[in-house]
Design a protein around this ligand. Structure first.
Ligand SMILES: Cc1cc2nc3c(=O)[nH]c(=O)nc-3n(C[C@H](O)[C@H](O)[C@H](O)COP(=O)(O)O)c2cc1C
Length: 194
């Protein structure tokens, strides 16, 4: 009763508290999910994931990311066969490859390496993973930027030029329960100096 009275009389504040708690809970609940049912991911959910990814911060707001959405079974299976750390693609109905343009053109026309492309694509990736958690989907970040995996992925998906993949994210409806890990370690925190 007391709880009801509080939320009744402070409705806007209670709503804000609930929204804040929901966001923090979503961050705490995110976990890598590597088993999926065969249920497809809806187009609406795919758009939500991509909107979340593109809402990420990026250096100078350059937004160098590019996304390859994979829902073709043969393509997913072919990649699963070639990427030994991404075998879960075999049972994923969907994967999103987060890529980025690695070069940028300066105001004077000079073309230089975008040294922040991995940071930008990583921010987009984490946003996408958090959106997957919020939608009740399961997903996992699998590495793709090292030379060996990058070459395999570029070859399989026809990525050419200066665009590079950062990661492949298998996505689906979770098959079973996965618990989030508790990673809180106060000893990792350093105040004012090392
Ligand atoms: C840069 C990066 C690369 C990763 N590569 C892989 C991978 O190739 N295969 C995989 O199964 N998980 C991969 N992961 C997921 C990690 O194993 C996972 O995030 C870590 O074990 C913590 O678990 P959690 O995501 O459930 O909190 C990667 C994660 C990151 C951030």
């Amino acid at each position: 009763m007391a709880t009801f009275a509080a939320s009744c009389c402070n409705a806007p504040e209670a709503k804000e508290d609930a929204a804040r708690e929901a966001v923090l809970q979503n961050i705490a609940n995110r976990k890598s999910v590597r088993s999926y049912t065969s249920e497809p991911v809806s187009d609406a959910d795919i758009e939500t994931l991509l909107r979340a990814a593109m809402a990420a911060p990026s250096a100078m707001n350059r937004q160098p990311w590019e996304f390859i959405v994979l829902n073709d079974r043969d393509t997913l299976d072919a990649l699963a066969g070639k990427l030994r750390h991404a075998k879960m693609l075999e049972n994923a109905p969907l994967a999103i490859v987060v890529c980025a343009e690695t070069m940028l053109t300066l105001r004077d026309g000079q073309v230089v390496e975008n040294m922040f492309w991995e940071h930008d694509a990583s921010a987009a990736t984490e946003n996408l993973l958090l959106a997957a958690e919020a939608l009740g989907l399961g997903a996992v970040w699998t590495a793709a930027s090292d030379p060996e995996r990058s070459a395999i992925i570029c070859d399989a998906l026809g990525i050419t030029g200066t665009v590079k993949p950062l990661c492949v994210i298998p996505i689906g409806h979770p098959d079973g329960e996965t618990q989030p890990k508790d990673k809180w370690k106060p000893e990792k925190i350093h105040w004012n100096r090392w």
